[in-house]
Design a protein around this ligand. Structure first.
Ligand SMILES: CC(C)(COP(=O)(O)OP(=O)(O)OC[C@H]1O[C@@H](n2cnc3c(N)ncnc32)[C@H](O)[C@@H]1OP(=O)(O)O)[C@@H](O)C(=O)NCCC(=O)NCCS
Length: 154
């Protein structure tokens, strides 16, 4: 597959063998790796020429969920991959009975605002999701918390 010919339908669910590639992608952007292995079945990825070039993950905590690890390699940006992965994960969350999705970000607050998330104080985050290893990760200590309600939206 050549750059410029990536199709959104090639986004797929992560497999166990994708873990090193997902961790390498996240590490290259200083995004948290803690807990990724545990929650890999909730991840979406895009693979190109044997490399993981995009990822996004959802951790489920009952009626709440944590969206994390949204990352797209630079050569694959600005073609809707991030939005497509987030949209798929929000659909999945809704189908699992999740009412509110949270995330932490240090770099992409405006990006997620465009995707319907609002900034909230850290103490407004559902305590169930703060059990996530991402919350304990040093790189997320200064991150902004964001929230999107899934109730009443199509
Ligand atoms: C944020 C990220 C996932 C977006 O991926 P993408 O596939 O390029 O995004 P999309 O194609 O869905 O959207 C592109 C649009 O978002 C904008 N955008 C991308 N990153 C942004 C950011 N950090 N803040 C604000 N806007 C951003 C682009 O300028 C573009 O805008 P346009 O449509 O007006 O041209 C990608 O830039 C990335 O991996 N960044 C580094 C890792 C990161 O910070 N992840 C967030 C962790 S919580």
């Amino acid at each position: 597959m050549q750059k410029g010919h990536v199709e959104l339908r090639t986004i797929r669910e992560a497999r166990e063998q994708d873990l090193p590639g997902v961790e390498a992608l996240l590490g290259s952007f200083n995004l948290a790796i803690a807990g990724v292995a545990q929650h890999l079945p909730g991840f979406l990825v895009l693979e190109d020429a044997g490399c993981i070039v995009a990822s996004a993950g959802l951790e489920l905590y009952g009626s709440a969920a944590l969206l994390r690890s949204v990352a797209v390699a630079e050569a694959f940006r600005n073609r809707g991959l991030g939005e497509a992965m987030v949209t798929q994960l929000l659909h999945r969350a809704r189908s699992k009975g999740v009412r509110t999705v949270y995330l932490l970000t240090t770099t992409a607050q405006q990006y997620f605002q465009r995707l319907g998330f609002e900034t909230v104080p850290r103490n407004a985050v559902d305590p169930a999701t703060t059990a996530s290893a991402e919350f304990g990760d040093a790189c997320c200590a200064t991150a902004v918390a964001m929230r999107r309600s899934l109730e009443g939206r199509g």
